[in-house]
Design a protein. Structure first.
Lengths: 221, 1006, 96
């Protein structure tokens, strides 16, 4: 038995890995599917201070492991194509893959949904020692907020200091969002990504519509 | 009505914009830029309310937040009613409707006032405590009348349609107050590069400079303010918040600011605009530049309309172009107030006299006053005021302030306005909010902010610095200090030239003596809003209330919505004098947020209506709504409760759902159950430590039910955990307990057993979970799943398998909470609704019936399964619940709950045990919460045996069933107990096993 | 509203992101079964309520989900120090 196959065998016994993606023809509904954002985007006013888009149906993997475990750090870098950010509250992004720091031993990897299974298998094959990979793709979604008043909406919704001096592009912070929670990332000078939980998505959607009302909300498809 | 007191010119009002408003049902005119108060004074309205206790007529006293009397009810419609509006702060707009909040039948002719003037002696401090104490049962009746008589405004009866919101802010420096000190601090820090927020309660920045005729740097004060504001507006790092009251200064430099965004525009916020916004500011440093309030003096009948604070008179003259009377007598203890006499004279009206309590005042302003030919009476005081609804004259007499005596012959002067100044009180309110106590400063005759741990600087009037050059330089210094403490290099700001005025020493006088002793003198008011008099304070101290906090509570001094801004210092000084102590020895009361009253809406912000509490939905929620489900709140989740068909009652729907499950197949959305993915080589060990039962031997592909206890041995959660791999488990928790359980696991892992290699990740939202239950569930599942052998012997009860359901990768768990053959299908939530709908497509022929939480509760109760949180309340051990089968004491590690369960109280006999209860009359359903007794005829209080925790009508058993607790119940099977109810009925029931159906568990094993 | 430095996120955050978990340094007895009822009761129920310095455990609920310790003055609410689980406080009442 070759060495490359050996870890995979162990993995299948120790941990249940599952390709959770259904075949074509099966309808997948993002957490805001029911809001009909695509339809709303067609009815939009042209201008508004806040732009909203759901970055839906992506693959989300929660990675846990110790920074002291070289196999974990190297394995992640090798399989993901970029190293895990170790500086607190930072993120990295390359191609379609982004990694958000959540805690010193936890990261969120966001990638195309159809890569989640292969990446999880790859990680399990590459890493030795204590770590975990959990597919959480169905449990959360990402909302992108942009526009000149995106910061104002964030100030109404979170207790973070979103001033550029305190929250530069690439920074990530888990925080309260209205009465729910969100993982907030500044993706550009005037654009933000909120990772929110599926079950709270409708609440957050109502909240954002309300908080954006005075600025005008534009839905992007 | 004409504006008889409006000057021909002057002031900051816009005379091109006349507005009409209504006060007490009468229409008046004013100008844009007026407050209600300035417009009422312009129109010669003297009376704005009746006093709290004595119902005496009251007029406008001040010109800002400190106003005690002119507290009005605002609102043109029922929905826009706002109580507690200070007329001195509310800007006028066209169509404004306001009224006095008390006085019956009207403020002008009030019947209660008769009682006040006759009965004044009969209403000493503590009057309400003393009079309405007994009998206690009558208090609600008394209260109704007292409240009506007191008239403190009223809440709207209709819903306020306006929007209020909250904004979280962060800054380097928060400057409170935009008077000369605050403006300089903000400008200096702003130029130094700090992120600054500057807030002021007034409509315009400038503070008292808006009412001043001073020159600054060769410009008028108004022009100087305009220039500074223009520069601040250009600085991108400075945020200016006018009409924003800093109401609270909380721990760690957290401030709450209430911004009035549209209150000045109209009765209702213009469409789409937020009426008020609460800014929650976290500041690295704070500069308090909140200024000072002028103190009125306490003298006989000092509450008659026409008695005002001297600086307020100047404000009405200079800022609003209103002269609030014809003939002025000014009484002062200091030089500064002379400016009011000069302002009055400049307005062309008569200054009858300036009465100075000092024997030899000699500052520049006195000379200027004398030069204008104004009479100055020195060493004297106004000891009494004549007039009822308006001042008609004053009694002036020479005094010996030291010995607190009138020494000269009183003389009467005719006048209609009495302005008084006893000096200034720094506005220390905010500095007290986080626990700091103000300290007395003899030099400035006032309290200044005390030591604090807050990162706080102060500048200007709050320090007792009142000369303009000092105020400005303290502002610059505070801005520079803040900048350097923030690590910035402080900008140099040039101190502008201002007029220097030679001032004499002020006199420390608070309470003006009268020819009679205080107790018999005319009422000398200290706190105008709460009708607290000097005599009342003296009486309170005589009755033994010597601590200042007790005096405050007993007399209600400072308890009004004005928080005693004008009166408190005078009250403390009087208390000190009576006690023979100094003011610092007597001490001061402190202030709490909020500085001025705010609307509930501003506190709630957007957390109201549909946003009040988040509603959590499963991936199948839309289907439930479309199929008529009624919903139940479980935590924040909206779970289908039952699915009534047209014309069905709730019970009929439940009966149908229950029967369908036991007879064919039914489906439950179980997505809300908490789910925690556990990975690591010590996962199994960890489970053994947090569950009461054994996990060492659970094989891959198997599931097991577990109970979780606290260290006290009491059950707090339960659920099924499945072994996905040797180092991989999926834990389920109750819906409501999910977050708590995850935090619990992390707590033990991070703080007690960090050496265990295990990671926990919430996957509650990731999996959509649907439970198909009933004898036909296998057949239904088989139609959509061809890659799992669903056979009875290959996929056993408490097994799980991976496969494909309706084309979607799934984990299927053969576990059962209904006692029927059941399969719990888990798919990634994005596919939840797809799989759910496919099941219904194929389920029609089996009469696949959706059921909700209520049917789930009934079906599990038929099987005697507990629901943690319903059948447990934190006081039940597994043994109490009859679940000793789920407790393993052979585990090597002393798991959480083991030691607790062995405590003396947990092992005694006669604990309350969970049992089944069958009513003698099978058609009677026991109410949940009913208490059992052995003998219903025993006298009250009865000896209670335990309560009913779950009780239902079981359509399958055609009778009622219940679970509940009975002392020693496990040993009392077959005995009869009684449930006496509040309605007089007594229900008889027999203690039995809680397993009402299929005790051998055969149905789930088919 | 406290402003709390999270030692893992390494910045100050608002109190609403955290849960207070009470007194710190209450170690679970290594052998609970050897404890008398009194000893177990003290572990389970008895907590300090000092006027002054208090060592507490907090949880960064909405952030990194890590527990940590802090020393807080219960009178002034001043947070004197933040330290990680497993570390000992430096600011203590006996050190003045």
């Amino acid at each position: 038995m070759s060495e490359t196959l050996a870890p995979e065998k162990v993995a299948t016994e120790n941990v249940a890995v599952m390709n959770q993606l259904a075949g074509r023809g099966v309808r997948a509904e993002s957490p805001l599917y029911h809001a009909g954002l695509d339809k709303l985007s067609a009815l939009n006013p042209r201008a508004g201070g806040v732009l909203l888009r759901e970055l839906k149906l992506l693959g989300h993997l929660t990675l846990r492991g110790s920074q002291k475990n070289a196999s974990f750090m190297n394995g992640c870098a090798e399989v993901l194509g970029l190293a895990l950010p170790t500086l607190p509250l930072t993120s990295v992004e390359k191609g379609g893959v982004s990694i958000r720091w959540i805690s010193p031993d936890e990261w969120l990897v966001v990638l195309p949904a159809d890569q989640a299974y292969e990446v999880e298998r790859g990680l399990r094959a590459a890493i030795e020692g204590h770590f975990s990979v959990v597919n959480v793709s169905g449990g959360q979604t990402i909302l992108e907020l942009s526009g000149p008043n995106a910061c104002d909406v964030l100030k109404k919704s979170t207790v973070l200091d979103v001033h550029p001096s305190q929250f530069p592009v690439g920074k990530v912070a888990g925080t309260v969002f209205a009465k729910s929670t969100a993982l907030v990332r500044r993706s550009g000078e005037a654009s933000w990504e909120l990772v929110i939980r599926r079950s709270f998505a409708d609440y957050v959607w109502l909240w954002l519509q309300d908080a954006s009302r005075e600025y005008g909300l534009v839905i992007k498809s | 009505m004409s504006q008889k007191n409006r000057l021909q010119s002057g002031g900051r009002i816009d005379r091109s914009k006349a507005v009409t408003f209504s006060y007490n049902g009468r229409r008046y005119k004013g100008y844009q830029g007026d407050t209600i108060a300035s417009a009422l004074l312009a129109n010669g309205v003297d009376i704005v309310g009746r006093s709290f206790k004595y119902s005496r007529p009251r007029g406008i006293v001040a010109a800002g937040a400190e106003e005690p009397n002119a507290v009005l009810q605002l609102g043109a419609t029922e929905a826009t009613q706002v109580p507690n509006v200070r007329a001195t702060q509310q800007e006028l707009y066209d169509g404004l409707v306001c009224s006095a909040t008390n006085g019956w039948p009207s403020v002008e002719s009030d019947l209660m006032g008769v009682m006040g003037s006759i009965g004044g002696k009969m209403m000493p401090p503590g009057f309400y405590y003393k009079t309405f104490m007994y009998p206690q049962s009558m208090w609600p009746t008394y209260e109704k009348f007292i409240r009506k008589a007191a008239g403190l405004g009223r809440a709207p009866q209709e819903r306020d349609q306006d929007a209020y919101d909250i904004m979280n802010q962060h800054c380097d420096l928060m400057v409170v107050g935009a008077g000369p000190a605050g403006l300089m601090a903000a400008l200096t820090a702003g130029r130094s590069g700090a992120r600054v927020i500057i807030a002021d309660e007034q409509s315009e920045f400038g503070g008292h400079l808006l009412s001043s005729r001073e020159q600054i740097g060769g410009k008028s004060a108004a022009d100087w303010v305009a220039d500074v504001v223009a520069e601040l507006a250009k600085l991108r790092n400075v945020q200016m918040l006018p009409r924003s009251t800093v109401n609270g200064y909380h721990d760690h430099n957290f401030l709450t600011i209430n911004e009035n965004r549209t209150d000045y525009k109209g009765d209702k916020a213009p469409d789409g605009q937020v009426r008020q916004r609460m800014h929650r500011v976290r500041a690295h440093w704070v500069v308090l530049a909140s200024g000072a309030h002028e103190r009125p003096l306490v003298f006989g009948n000092n509450d008659v309309p026409g008695c005002m604070v001297a600086s307020a008179v100047s404000t009405y003259l200079n800022r609003y172009g209103v002269v609030p009377g014809s003939k002025l007598v000014l009484m002062t203890t200091n030089d500064g107030a002379y400016q009011t006499a000069l302002d009055w004279a400049d307005a062309g009206r008569e200054v009858v006299a300036v009465v100075d309590t000092r024997a030899n005042p000699n500052g520049d302003l006195i000379a200027a006053t004398r030069a204008r030919g104004i009479k100055v009476i020195t060493g004297s005081a106004v000891i009494d005021v004549k007039g009822k609804k308006r001042v008609s004259g004053v009694i002036v007499a020479a005094i010996d302030a030291k010995r607190d005596k009138v020494t000269g012959k009183p003389q009467q002067l005719g006048c209609d306005t009495v302005a008084s100044s006893g000096g200034w009180s720094p506005v220390v309110h905010l500095s007290c909010h986080a626990g700091s106590r103000p300290v007395w400063n003899d030099d400035i005759i006032g309290f200044v902010p005390g030591p604090t741990i807050q990162k706080q600087l102060t500048a200007g009037g709050i320090n007792g610095s009142y000369s303009l050059d000092k105020v400005l330089s303290e502002g610059i210094k505070a801005g520079q200090d803040a900048a350097s403490r923030l690590g910035l290099s402080p900008a140099a700001v040039k101190l502008p030239n201002v007029r220097s005025v030679r001032e004499g020493k002020p006199m420390a006088l608070f309470h003006v003596p009268h020819t009679k002793p205080t107790s018999r003198a005319p009422k000398q008011f200290v706190d105008l809003q709460n009708d607290v008099t000097a005599a009342g304070i003296e009486l309170a101290t005589r009755e033994g209330f010597e601590a200042i906090e007790h005096v405050k509570r007993y007399t209600a001094m400072g308890f009004g919505t004005d928080q005693g801004k004008l009166g408190n210092i005078n009250g403390m000084a009087i208390t000190a004098k009576v006690l023979g102590k100094t003011i610092p020895e007597t001490g001061t009361t402190v202030f709490r947020p909020n500085y001025t009253p705010i609307a509930f809406g501003a506190i709630a912000g957007r957390n109201c209506k549909e946003l009040f509490v988040p509603k959590r939905f499963s991936a199948m929620h839309k289907w439930h709504v479309e199929h008529g489900a009624e919903f139940e709140d479980v935590g924040q989740w909206k779970r289908p409760w039952f699915y009534p068909k047209a014309g069905e009652t709730m019970q009929q729907a439940l009966d149908r759902e229950c029967k369908a499950t036991r007879e064919s197949v039914a489906i439950l959305d179980a997505s809300t159950l908490g789910k925690i993915d556990i990975q690591g080589k010590d996962a199994r060990e960890f489970l053994g430590r947090v569950y009461t039962n054994a996990w060492a031997k659970l094989a891959i592909g198997k599931c097991r039910y577990g109970l979780m206890c606290g260290e006290d041995g009491m059950v707090f959660d339960d659920g099924v955990t499945s072994c996905l791999g040797d180092n991989h488990f999926l834990m389920t928790t109750t819906t409501g307990g999910a977050a708590h359980v995850l935090e619990w696991l992390e707590f033990y892992h991070q703080t007690e057993w960090p050496e265990l290699e295990v990671y926990f990740t919430s996957v509650t939202d990731h999996w959509a979970t649907m439970t198909i239950s009933g004898p036909n569930s296998r057949k239904l599942l088989a139609e959509l799943c061809d890659d799992i052998d669903l056979g009875k012997d290959s996929f056993k009860f408490m097994d799980w398998r991976e496969g494909t359901v309706a084309g979607v990768p799934a984990r299927v768990f053969r576990i059962s909470f209904t006692g029927e053959l059941s399969f719990e299908v888990n798919v990634q939530a994005n596919y939840g609704l797809h799989v759910w709908e496919k099941l219904f497509e194929h389920g029609a022929k089996y009469n696949l019936t959706p059921y909700g939480t209520e049917t789930m509760h009934i079906l599990r109760a038929e099987k005697g399964f507990i629901i943690a949180g319903q059948d447990t309340d934190g006081s039940m051990t597994p043994i109490d619940l009859g679940m000793s089968w789920c407790v393993s004491n052979n585990k090597p590690f002393s798991y959480i709950g083991k030691r607790g369960m062995a405590r003396e109280d947990c092992v005694r006999g006669q604990r309350k045990h969970l049992v089944g209860l069958k009513t003698k009359d099978p058609s009677v359903v026991l109410p949940e919460g009913a208490q059992a007794v052995a003998d219903p005829k025993q006298p009250i209080p009865m000896d209670l045996l335990g309560h009913i925790s779950s009780s239902y009508w079981s359509a399958n058993l055609n009778r009622s069933i219940a679970m509940g607790f009975i002392k020693g119940g496990h040993d009392r099977m077959g005995e009869t107990v009684y449930y006496p109810l509040a309605d007089g009925r007594v229900i008889e029931a027999e203690i039995c096993s809680p397993i009402f159906l299929d005790p051998k568990g055969e149905r789930q094993n088919v | 509203m406290l402003h709390i430095y999270c030692p893992h996120c390494r910045e100050l955050r608002e109190e609403e992101e955290f849960h207070a978990k009470g007194q710190a340094h209450i170690a679970r007895p290594l052998d609970p079964d050897a404890c008398t009822d009194k000893e177990w009761g003290e572990y389970l129920f008895f907590r300090k309520n000092p006027r002054g310095l208090h060592h507490e455990i907090w949880y960064h609920t909405a952030g990194c989900r890590k527990f940590f310790n802090l020393t807080r003055d219960t009178q002034t609410y001043e947070i004197k120090e933040i330290y990680k689980i497993g570390e000992q406080p430096e600011v203590t009442a006996d050190k003045g």
